[in-house]
Design a protein around this ligand. Structure first.
Ligand SMILES: [Zn+2]
Ligand SMILES: [Zn+2]
Length: 554
């Protein structure tokens, strides 16, 4: 008899009761994980302490003195090397190797090691001219953007895959020449849009598919020349569009407010926004099968309790992880098989790693590359490794350490500068400090510049020298510039210049993708009860169950 599924547990983090889904047990067992002591949200919250959002700043390499741009905050607990130096041969993480001391907690020893090993100024590899970026992989000519793979010539963007020649794009796939989009797929010249796919030359679309030359439309399929969901002739559409001034900031604000009202009152929202996904529970899943309690996840099978990942199979309890299999309790793992309790690593048959690349059979290591049978960055023979690992696991079990994720005290920055604060904006300093984490008190605001609100309303009243003007964001008080490329892009498209700092633009767009639980709702057509992923405060009036949505929309 399986009584475990009925068992209610008290979360060691928030102290609320939580339940472990009966479907989780086989996967915990297969991967070799102990049952979690924290609820789903508290687990994700801790994983995100290992993912810096931060604010780009200038600094120098602790190895060469070479200047660099990084999101790693000042006074971090570890040295910073320039990325190419970190991946180079001029240093060896094995030189920081430590003997295991059975008289002390293992996490203390691992943290000590972590503080000695340098970190690259940006995460990622195989990039060309992407110095002012972070978490960047296989990209070219990107600027002030984070979390991107196979992108080219994009700026002020976040979490994108195969996006080119675009600005201000969040969580999108295969876009070109586009601006200010969130969760869009396979589109060209798509602007100010959300949740749309296969669209061309359009503006302010929500949940449209295969539309071209459309403006302020929602729930449309295979349309052309529609404005506010009304069909026009090509000539009439073009005439109407000529009278809409996207170069005026005031007008853009009015249009954005109209778009928000449409989202609340007109759009039929499908209970979730999963695409090409089967037998799954969660939101923003694309090409997934049998994924449960998973959010913003792609091309994966049989994953559970995870957020933001792709190309994963049989994984559980992960944040921001990809290309891994039979793995769990990880944050920012970018490849692996049977990897557990780790962060920023690509490994096989390993546990408690941070920043390790292509290692296998390693335990509690930091910054290693292509190693085998290492513990605390020291080399052992296979036999020695196995013996010592058994001893450490036994000691960790006695201290209640084993099976837990890397502690908050090993987090990479003040929690308020981590991605955690995007998903858990109400997190309080005390709560994080109590768990051994960090909080940044640094004031990142600046005053030497003009308020961006003083810019002329219309882009046509500005010249290219605007790029030289230091601007202060009215919301964050962060200083920013309109880059030369950004000015040219906006001028070519005749789009008003932004008034907010680029990070604030990203954070605002991300809000729609940070929902990690469902809300009880009712289908607007059949009144059936549904679990939809739209908080009540968003005020969405029309939410449809999967079947009714298919019948009525597509
Ligand atoms: Zn909790
Ligand atoms: Zn229905």
């Amino acid at each position: 008899m399986n009584t475990k599924s009925q068992q209610n547990r008290v979360c060691s983090g928030c102290k609320n009761e939580f339940e472990i889904d009966s479907g989780d047990f086989p996967l915990y067992e297969k991967i070799g994980l102990l049952l979690p002591e924290k609820c789903f949200e508290c687990r994700i919250k801790q994983y995100l302490a290992f993912f810096i959002f931060g604010k780009f700043r200038k600094s120098v390499s602790d190895l060469s003195g070479e200047s660099l741009i990084t999101v790693i905050p000042e006074n971090s607990r570890y040295p910073i090397y320039k990325s190419h130096e970190w991946w180079g041969d001029s240093w060896d993480a094995m030189n920081f190797g430590q003997d295991y001391d059975p008289s002390r907690p293992f996490f203390d020893q691992l943290k000590e090691l972590q503080e000695k090993v340098p970190r690259p100024h940006q995460v990622g590899k195989n990039n060309t001219n992407c110095d002012w970026c972070d978490d960047t992989w296989n990209c070219k000519d990107c600027y002030l953007s984070r979390s991107q793979d196979d992108c080219e010539n994009i700026s002020y963007s976040y979490r994108n895959f195969k996006v080119k020649n675009s600005f201000d794009i969040v969580y999108s796939f295969n876009l070109q020449n586009s601006y200010d989009d969130t969760f869009c797929h396979d589109s060209f010249n798509l602007n100010f849009s959300e949740n749309s796919k296969d669209c061309i030359d359009s503006f302010f679309l929500f949940d449209c598919r295969n539309c071209q030359n459309c403006f302020m439309c929602w729930n449309l399929r295979n349309k052309q020349y529609c404005l506010r969901n009304k069909q026009y002739s090509k000539e009439d559409y073009e005439d109407l569009l000529k009278n809409i001034d996207l170069g005026s900031y005031k007008n853009i604000e009015i249009l954005k407010n109209e778009f928000e009202d449409i989202l609340k009152n007109e759009v039929v929202h499908r209970e979730n926004f999963n695409l090409k996904t089967t037998s799954s529970v969660g939101n923003c899943l694309t090409n997934c099968d049998k994924c449960v309690n998973v959010f913003a996840w792609e091309y994966s099978q049989s994953c559970r309790n995870s957020i933001r990942g792709l190309f994963a199979k049989d994984c559980i309890d992960q944040a921001i992880s990809w290309h891994d299999e039979v793995s769990g309790d990880n944050s920012c793992v970018y490849g692996g098989y049977e990897i557990k309790h780790s962060s920023w690593s690509n490994a096989r048959y390993s546990e408690y790693l941070d920043l390790c690349d292509e290692v296998e059979y390693c335990f509690g290591c930091v910054g290693l590359r292509k190693k085998k049978y290492c513990i605390l960055n020291k080399q052992y023979t296979k036999e020695e490794y196995e013996k010592l690992k058994i001893q450490i696991v036994a000691d960790m079990k006695k201290r209640g350490e084993y099976g837990k994720f890397l502690p908050y005290s090993m987090g990479l920055c003040g929690y308020n500068l981590s991605c955690g604060i995007m998903y858990f904006p109400d997190t309080k300093k005390d709560e994080i400090l109590k768990q051994g984490g960090y909080w940044s008190e640094e004031d990142l605001s600046q005053t030497d510049g003009i308020s961006s609100l003083q810019l002329p309303d219309s882009i046509s009243d500005t010249e290219s020298d605007i790029s030289l003007q230091a601007l202060i964001c009215p919301e964050t008080k962060y200083r920013f510039n309109i880059s030369v490329a950004e000015y040219e892009f906006h001028k070519r498209k005749n789009f008003a210049l932004p008034r907010l700092h680029f990070d604030q633009r990203i954070i605002k767009k991300m809000r729609r993708l940070e929902v990690l639980k469902s809300y009880s709702s009712e289908c607007v057509y059949c009144q059936k009860h549904i679990d939809a992923f739209y908080p009540l405060k968003w005020g969405y009036q029309k939410i449809a169950c999967e079947e009714c949505y298919k019948q009525n929309i597509a």
